[in-house]
Write a protein of this length. Structure first.
Length: 301
């Protein structure tokens, strides 16, 4: 990923922190946090929607994503009049007001300011007694065959496509999973969370025995792209061909995704316009520190 970003003509990152992605970007635009700009926010883990009120003025040169988009539109239209139609002067409150029809239909309020009294739950869809359930499709029914799916290269009828198999040199599928107390890498900067954020790779006891790895050993996880170091955590629940970690960086502060190829997923264009990265098709090998590079046969050393 780092190599691919470096080969791009121009990389611009909008972020709150100087992340590993920001470090390899050509331009970094500091964005405001939820404390520095107002917004209407839907719950990530519940069905409520609320008004996020601004608590402090933006720090330094931070701007909200709205301000960044408006400034960009303003400059593009200065260079070439009429190039961008994005509203350049509309205030956040005006955006909130334009949200009124949606709020009325989905929350049951006529003005966003009613959210000042607290978050409100989304209304359940109204269905008359005896009425058939309508799905969010053009026909209101389940669709087994869609032209959009065909255009993306999908088969007419869903079929099982076997997952990629690991190569002999890198026999383990490496999965980086979410911690319950984190949202991706958010909150990873908190000291009290770092105390419990053990940098471990979980592996099956049979794999540990075959490789001579004991609980807590420092091991190297590697493939053709690079290597990282972690402590071992032996767990019977882990399948023998899988390695699992909850850490986003290793013992040397290197991001674990340096082992991930730029391999596209088979879907993703529908929502984002382009496929995602197949993170779960990352294959690696591992060894105790000092034993990297021993010949691998039949999934082991």
């Amino acid at each position: 990923m780092r190599k691919q970003i470096a080969e791009m003509e121009l990389t611009i990152t909008v972020d709150h922190f100087l992340t590993s992605t920001a470090e390899v970007s050509d331009i970094v635009l500091p964005a405001t946090t939820c404390f520095e700009s107002p917004d209407i926010v839907a719950g990530y883990w519940h069905n409520k929607i609320g008004l996020n009120q601004q608590a402090i003025e933006p720090v330094g040169e931070c701007r909200s994503e709205l301000e960044i988009a408006q400034s960009l539109s303003r400059m593009l239209n200065h260079l070439e009049p009429g190039m961008c139609s994005f509203p350049e002067e509309r205030k956040p409150e005006e955006w909130f007001q334009s949200f009124t029809p949606w709020l009325k239909n989905n929350v049951g309020i006529s003005n966003y300011r009613e959210l000042l009294n607290g978050a409100l739950p989304l209304l359940p869809p109204v269905q008359e007694e005896g009425e058939d359930c309508h799905l969010n499709t053009l026909t209101g029914k389940y669709k087994f065959l869609t032209l959009e799916a065909l255009k993306q290269g999908c088969p007419e009828i869903p079929i099982l496509i076997n997952p990629l198999q690991p190569p002999l040199a890198y026999p383990y599928r490496f999965l980086v999973l979410h911690r319950a107390e984190h949202l991706n890498t958010q909150f990873s900067n908190l000291d009290w969370l770092q105390e419990n954020n053990l940098i471990e790779v979980w592996l099956n006891p049979s794999v540990a025995q075959r490789l001579g790895i004991e609980e807590g050993d420092t091991v190297i996880i590697y493939n053709e792209l690079g290597e990282i170091q972690m402590h071992s955590k032996i767990n019977q629940d882990i399948p023998g061909d899988i390695l699992i970690t909850y850490s986003w960086q290793d013992l040397l502060k290197k991001p674990v995704n340096i082992l991930t190829k730029v391999q596209e997923t088979d879907l993703g264009q529908k929502l984002t316009g382009f496929p995602g990265v197949a993170y779960h098709d990352t294959f690696v090998n591992l060894a105790p520190v000092g034993r990297r590079g021993l010949k691998c046969t039949n999934g082991g050393f």
